[in-house]
Structure formats: C-alpha cells, structure tokens
Design a protein around this ligand. Structure first.
Ligand code: NAG
Ligand code: NAG
Length: 496
C-alpha cells in the first residue's frame, strides 16, 4: 500500500502547487472568486456541456470584472442537453435507462481535424498483436493482471470487477469510457478488454517472448515502459480525482490558462522548484541533496511534502479546512521559472499540470510514459536532466535559462501550448476512441457479456455518489453527442 499512498502524496503536492500558483498572484482574490463562481455555475447548472464551460464562465467574468471592455455575445444559443442524468432514487439507481440513443450521425459536412502527432503511438502500442490479431485466449491469459473487464456490446457497457483498485481509479476510468460512449454513440465498436489500475505496468516483455512462445495478453493501463507491453490509456484524473480534489481536466485546463495569464514570466523566481514525497523513489531522495544549503546552491528549491489531504470515501470533505491548508502552504510555494518533474513509484499524473504552467520544465529522464508524454521533444517542450548528474544538470539548466530567458520562456510556452491544444479533452476522447477502434479491429472473437458482469451507465455510476465524486462526475459528464467528426489519425506510413 505504501507505494500507492506515495503516488497520492506526489500528485497532491503538485496540485497544491498549482493552486498556490493561483492563490499567490496579485489577482488572487479575483481568481478564487472566479473559481468559486465557476463551481457554483457548474453545480447549479448541471446541464452545461464542458466545452461550453469556458464560454459561460467567460461571459460571467466579463460582466463582473470589466465594465468598459466588450461584453460576450448576448445571443449565445442555449446549451444543448440530449442526455440529462436521470436519477430516480439517488441511492438505488441500479438500472440503466433504455431510451438513450445508441446511434448518432455527426454532421459529416464538418471537416475533421488532424489528430495530434502523439496518436501515432496507438499503432505502436498495438503492434505486438498486429500480425496475430487478438484472440480470446490471449485476453483470458491477462485475467491475472486485469482489475476489471470491460465489455461493450451494441453501444452498451458491462463491467466485471476482479479486484478493487486504489481509491476510485477504476470508477473514474470506467466513467471516462462511458462518457466516450455518450460522445460518439454507436461508433465505439463491440469489444472486450482488460484494464489494470495499479501504478506500474503489468505485462512484462520478458514473460512473453513474442513473436515466439506464448502471446502476450493485451492489457490496458495508464503507463508503459520499455520493458512492458501495457497499452496506455488516459488515466482517471482526466475525469477527476475526488480523494484529493483534483477536478476534471477540462476545468483544470481553464484554471491553468487563467493562472498563466496572471503570473508574468518576469515575476517568477529564477529557481528550479519541486515539492513532493521524496520517499517514493531513490531518484527523489537524490533530488533532496540538490537543495540549497549554506555550503552550496544548485539553484534548486525542493520541499519534502509528506502530509497530504485526502477525503475518505463516505465522508464529506470540509472545503474550509481544505482552503485553510492551501493558504497556509501557499506561503512557501513560490512561483518559479523552472519546475522539476521527477517520477515517483511510476509515471505520475502530475506531468500535465506541471507542463501546463508556462514555466520551463526540467524533466528528469523518465522510465515510464503515459499516452502523450512520448511525443514531447527535449529542448522544445522541456529541458532534459540526467538522473546520474542530477544536481549539476539542474544547476546548469537554470543558469542556461537565466542567461537565455527568451529561449527558456519559449520552452515553457511550447509545453503549455502542447497541453492546452493537443491535450484538450476533445483529443483525449479522440485518443480513447481511436485506440479502442484499432484494438477492436484486431479482435478475432465476438465479445460476449461474461457471467457476473453488470450493465453500467452514467446513472448507475453517478446517482449513488456524493461529495466531490458526484461533483466531478457532473462536471465531466458528456451532455450531448459531438456533432463533429473525430480527428483523423496520422497515416501509418509516418511511423517512428
Ligand atoms: C530546502 O531548503 C529550503 C530553504 O532553506 C528549506 O526551507 C527546505 O525545507 C529544504 N528542503 C528540504 C527537503 O530539506
Ligand atoms: C551564464 O552566464 C554566465 C555569465 O556570463 C557564465 O559565466 C555562465 O557560464 C553561463 N552559464 C551557462 C550555462 O550558459
């Protein structure tokens, strides 16, 4: 269990840093008020489709903060809601509505946009099964790794749980797939897949001497490394992490944009900043040695964060306490020009929040990758740091940045741009969509609902929830099918 808690500690601290970012800026009151208003808007109107959130919030902020500047378009069409959440009895919604559309024709007249470059990894990740296809036997072999089996038949989803995963990772992962089904009704093909919700990859290459011997089981997971064959899928935090109050990615992206606008590059401190739980990996312990002391200054300001705040399932979080803790901690979180990213137990969901901060990321060479990080380019999106030369590399990276502020700033901005544009929720869904389609194409068997599986839908998942879990589900719920086409995959000729 230790490792699981560690990963939580790590992410929490990054979230806190992100928040402090927000709270410390001159516009902090304004910004927190905006956030508060934003949540009220979300809570009271559960009929806002997330892509409209920005527009709606924008309208509100315009009206309250500036009187002279132009107002938002007054004739915005009402938000379309095709799928309201129908909870018949909050605690006992155990059946799924039967009247959801399972087919939807998008307005094909709209031109599909090209998918971001990182979509080419979909084919790479499925390459082990390209020639053999995926047989039922291969999937069954993976039972020992999977925490759950997800089956989609005729647009409906069924799940069979093997193990409870940590916190609500499994719940929010499945929730994400359910939202995908709402976004593209009838377009996600029938399939059967296994999902592992732990920290580290589970299918080791060395156990499956592909292409000879036993074939590897295809198992979906959040990250992969060079020694594993797990198929990376967007992690649960894109839909929210209730236990540590990390809101769905659509909201966080908005928050990052707002924060970046307020913290000017020249007001950031010229140091490399890190805060997190150092006990999760040897590398992190090494990083502690790079901290400033009387004898040396490696230009690093690192903080050990072992306390973390998280909500237990079944208890209501105390927002006042949460805010107090944040404010107290924010006093030591300074906004810095450079942010260090260093892995803990495995990959960390915090990468996207750090890269989206406009500061130049000093990326300690990672071992694990999630679905998008493999396409980040060194010295374009981040500055590489060798783990074997940690302190020296950090020192010279910061020196270089301070000597070349334009270039360092450009790297920070390129990463933010990647996060804001290529990793927007629309593409996260499209990645999941294309990955599932390519996977289904390889399947050599007809998916069937296994004994013990239950039908799941947004109602059965969200209606019994309370607290932040319910809030984040409402916030990330897809309310209408998308009326444009999914992005088009990069052609297979452009393989790496
Ligand atoms: C690093 O140095 C700062 C400033 O002296 C200090 O506040 C902080 O606690 C140190 N971090 C660790 C992990 O010792
Ligand atoms: C930065 O500039 C200083 C002063 O000109 C120089 O001594 C140092 O070597 C430079 N460092 C790097 C990493 O470019």
């Amino acid at each position: 269990m230790g490792n699981l808690f560690d990963s939580v500690g790590g992410v929490w601290s990054k979230a806190a840093r992100w928040c402090s970012h927000f709270l410390e800026t001159p516009g902090k009151r304004w910004a927190s008020a905006a956030l508060l208003v934003f949540s009220i808007v979300l809570l009271t109107s559960s009929y806002i489709y997330w892509t409209d959130v920005r527009a709606i919030t924008g309208t509100f902020l315009f009206k309250t903060s500036t009187s002279s500047s132009s107002r938002a378009a007054p004739n915005k069409p009402p938000v379309k809601v095709d799928y309201p959440l129908k909870c018949i009895n909050e605690a006992l919604t155990l059946t799924c509505p039967t009247n959801y559309p399972v087919k939807y024709e998008s307005k094909a007249s709209s031109l599909a946009v090209a998918c971001p470059e990182y979509f080419r990894w979909i084919r790479e990740d499925l390459r082990p099964w390209r020639d053999t296809g995926i047989t039922r036997k291969m999937v069954e072999t993976g039972n020992k790794y999977g925490d759950l089996r997800l089956v989609i038949v005729k647009g409906k989803a069924y799940v069979k749980m093997y193990r409870r995963s940590f916190q609500t990772r499994d719940v929010f992962t499945v929730w994400g797939i359910l939202q995908l089904l709402r976004l593209y009704p009838g377009k996600v093909p029938d399939l059967e897949l296994l999902f592992a919700c732990g920290d580290r990859p589970v299918v080791k290459k060395r156990d499956y001497q592909w292409p000879h011997g036993t074939y590897a089981p295809p198992v979906f997971h959040y990250c992969v490394d060079d020694e594993s064959l797990d198929i990376p899928f967007p992690d649960w935090s894109f839909w929210g992490w209730g236990e540590i109050n990390i809101r769905p990615w659509g909201t966080m992206l908005w928050g990052l944009r707002e924060a970046n606008k307020r913290i000017k590059w020249k007001n950031r401190k010229p140091y490399a900043f890190w805060k997190g739980n150092p006990s999760t990996s040897g590398r992190r312990a090494d990083l502690m040695k790079c901290n400033v002391s009387d004898k040396q200054d490696w230009n690093a300001r690192v903080y050990a964060q072992v306390i973390f705040l998280h909500h237990q399932r079944g208890t209501e979080p105390d927002p006042l306490k949460y805010r107090r803790v944040l404010l107290k901690r924010s006093k030591i979180y300074k906004t810095n020009l450079y942010k260090i990213f260093i892995e803990g137990v495995a990959w960390s969901v915090s990468d996207k929040y750090i890269l989206g901060c406009d500061s130049m990321t000093l990326l300690v060479k990672p071992k694990y990758y999630d679905f998008f990080t493999r396409s980040l380019v060194e010295k374009k999106h981040y500055w590489p740091i060798k783990p074997s030369n940690l302190c020296r590399d950090i020192k010279s990276a910061v020196e270089w940045g301070n000597n070349n502020t334009d270039k360092a700033q450009a790297i920070g901005e390129a990463a933010s741009k990647f996060i804001q544009e290529d990793l927007k929720m629309e593409f996260v869904y499209d990645y999941a969509y294309h990955l599932l389609r390519e996977y289904a194409k390889l399947m050599r068997f007809t998916p069937k609902i296994p004994p013990g599986a239950v039908e799941i839908c947004s109602e059965t998942m969200a209606c019994p929830q309370n607290g932040p879990w319910r809030q984040f589900m409402m916030e990330s719920m897809v309310r209408s099918p998308k009326d444009t086409l999914p992005c088009t995959m990069p052609s297979s000729s452009s393989s790496p």
